[in-house]
Design a protein around this ligand. Structure first.
Ligand code: NAD
Length: 568
């Protein structure tokens, strides 16, 4: 039997009617349920996930097509978004759509097991790979910033980063605090699209949490989605709350409106030293992300428009000041780490010579997981029914009964994570596990245990898909931090393996000039074709991570290569 779900015929809605209902800028909605609107489930999946990226519950700013991470967009302009929808509705199974920095530019002849969409975002020839050149092109309408999962249509709201953040905080707890974060205060800046995962991840890991954001609307959004417990505009009140909770060992989270630099300065003056200190402001983008010290949001907006160069200079100076305070707190005992936003580099440019005395989170906490091919495996229920995610959660628990860490995570996530947009789940899985999980999900679809197909993807922040010397590939054993052949090989492996859409991006996470990375999403629609594609892609993708780390000399990766038959 091929598939139950594909048997439901395409709806008779016209392209124009579809756009009025689901893609009427700035109101984007992913269709739900088992009915097809496109010509096949592969295009339908891309269509639903594209619209899901832009829907109000998920995207930070649908009006500007911004999904997360500063100016990370899903399409370049509203006209491009509309055209992408039109093309996905009519795409045949032997065609693939080409998307260049958020603009659909053509279709190529392919075949049923090839990706339906081929995406390249924000790529520049290295010599010209600067924010300055990029922003000039962007202003002229020639490019957009794709971040990681914004332009590759597999952002799933703040949950996407939640488990990675939880894993990072838990690893920090294991390494520095005997695995117990109770009675520990964690302080950070930035509660935006990604940074907004920090309060819930911290409290799930047992810590008391203080997050500082200059924009009250961002903090309110985290309260609404239950990622954050309390919000205040008052520094003294915030300190009273967190210090009392820390004393009692209560895992609560507080969001404070303010400039992170000012708050750290005040904490230093008050002699308050957090146990853990990090940052997730949009430091990767000194013009459109970070807000300089002393500026209201409105003043920042005006200067950004009237004099971007002056804005940049002020941003760099503020980051230097901010990192100066972090370094002082580190000296006083805070376990301090850079959280992948390139804050150290821009602080150095702004005049803080010791910025890189703060370590990156990947070499500190993530690399051992990468050596097992582990990374942010995620999936979404195209039916839109949360019950489908519950079914997948339970099926995974049955499939991996020995993986108590994963089971604990899934149970906490079921209880505490509010879905945004299409229901989805994230759960870090490694080599071998991902393929098994993918085939299991395809069986659930085939047997009608879930109401429509599932899509499986991942963040680009994965074991074998990124070259990012200030983040994922910082401090590689053999010094190969900046070698970007690996993400290209990852892209090629996933394209030839039959992912449903693939992407290659530049500048995600740490900004233009600092990273290159590849993404993939693969569909489980219950068909035999999906079995073949899932099996190849979900084997190859983590295998690239093991090859990359084994080649760099990591012993655990070499052992895993032997264990999984990946030696050559
Ligand atoms: P975002 O733009 O949605 O949010 C950034 C937040 O920082 C905003 O709410 C903004 O108001 C706040 N902010 C800016 N300047 C501030 C200041 N001076 N003081 C206090 N708050 C300030 O971005 P995001 O999606 O949350 O991503 C945050 C950063 O983390 C980005 O640089 C991103 O590239 C990086 N990132 C890290 C990881 C990771 O795994 N570590 C993953 C993805 C992204």
């Amino acid at each position: 039997m091929e598939t139950v779900t594909a048997a439901i015929p395409a709806s008779s809605v016209t392209v124009e009617e579809f756009i009025q209902t689901y893609a009427n800028h700035p109101v984007y909605l992913p269709p739900r349920g088992p009915q097809l609107h496109a010509k096949n489930w592969q295009s339908e999946a891309a269509l639903r996930m594209f619209l899901n990226n832009l829907t109000a519950e998920v995207a930070e700013n649908p009006e500007k097509l911004v999904v997360y991470g500063g100016i990370g967009q899903a399409a370049r302009t509203p006209q491009d978004a509309r055209k992408i929808v039109e093309l996905l509705l009519t795409l045949e199974e032997d065609e693939s759509l080409l998307v260049q920095s958020g603009k659909p530019v053509g279709k190529v002849r392919t075949h049923a097991e090839a990706p339906r969409v081929l995406i390249a975002n924000s790529n520049l020839v290295p010599h010209w790979a600067t924010w300055e050149h990029f922003n000039n092109l962007r202003e002229r309408g020639l490019m957009m910033y794709g971040q990681m999962t914004a332009g590759s249509w597999i952002y799933i709201g703040t949950q996407g980063i939640l488990q990675g953040t939880y894993e990072t905080f838990a690893a920090c707890g294991r390494i520095h605090f005997n695995g117990d974060l109770r009675h520990r205060l964690l302080v950070t800046g930035g509660l935006g699209g990604m940074g907004g995962a920090q309060p819930l991840a911290a409290t799930m890991a047992g810590a008391t949490f203080l997050g500082v954001d200059v924009d009250p609307e961002r903090i309110k959004k985290r309260l609404e989605t239950r990622y954050l417990d309390k919000m205040t505009y008052d520094y003294r009140e915030a300190m009273r709350l967190v210090l009392a909770a820390k004393d009692k060992g209560e895992a609560i989270s507080v969001g404070l409106v303010g400039d992170i630099g000012d708050v750290l300065e005040q904490m230093l003056q008050d002699g308050i030293t957090p146990d853990i200190l990090t940052d997730q402001t949009s430091a990767h983008d000194p013009i459109n992300g970070y807000v300089p010290n002393g500026f209201s949001l409105e003043e920042a907006r005006q200067l950004r428009e009237s004099d971007p160069e002056q804005y940049r200079q002020k941003s760099l100076k503020s980051m230097a000041r901010h990192v100066g305070f972090m370094l002082e707190l580190q000296r006083r005992g805070s376990k301090t780490f850079d959280y992948g936003n390139n804050l150290r580099e821009f602080a150095q440019q702004g005049g803080e010579p010791y910025a890189f005395q703060i370590n990156g989170f990947v070499p500190e906490y993530m690399r051992p997981l990468f050596c097992e091919g582990k990374g942010p495996f995620r999936w979404a229920a195209l039916s839109g029914d949360p019950e489908d995610i519950r079914v997948t959660d339970e099926a995974l628990k049955e499939l991996f009964p020995e993986n108590t860490h994963m089971i604990n995570w899934l149970e906490q996530a079921q209880e505490k994570v509010a879905f945004q947009g299409l229901p989805c789940r994230i759960c870090w899985l490694g080599m071998g596990e991902r393929e098994k999980a993918g085939l299991l999900f395809n069986r659930l679809v085939r047997e009608g245990k879930v109401k429509a197909p599932l899509v499986i993807g991942r963040d680009h922040l994965d074991c074998g898909s990124v070259a990012s010397p200030y983040r994922e590939t910082e401090g590689m054993l053999d010094g190969s931090d900046a070698v970007s052949d690996w993400p290209l090989l990852n892209l090629m492996a996933n394209t030839s393996g039959g992912a449903t859409w693939v992407s290659f991006h530049h500048g995600g996470g740490v900004g233009i000039g600092y990273s290159q990375h590849a993404g993939m999403v693969v569909l489980a629609d219950g068909t035999d074709r999906a079995d073949r594609c899932l099996s190849r892609v979900l084997h190859n993708d983590p295998a690239l991570g093991i090859y990359r780390h084994a080649d760099a000399g990591y012993e655990t990766a070499q052992q895993n290569a032997a264990k999984f038959g990946l030696q050559i």
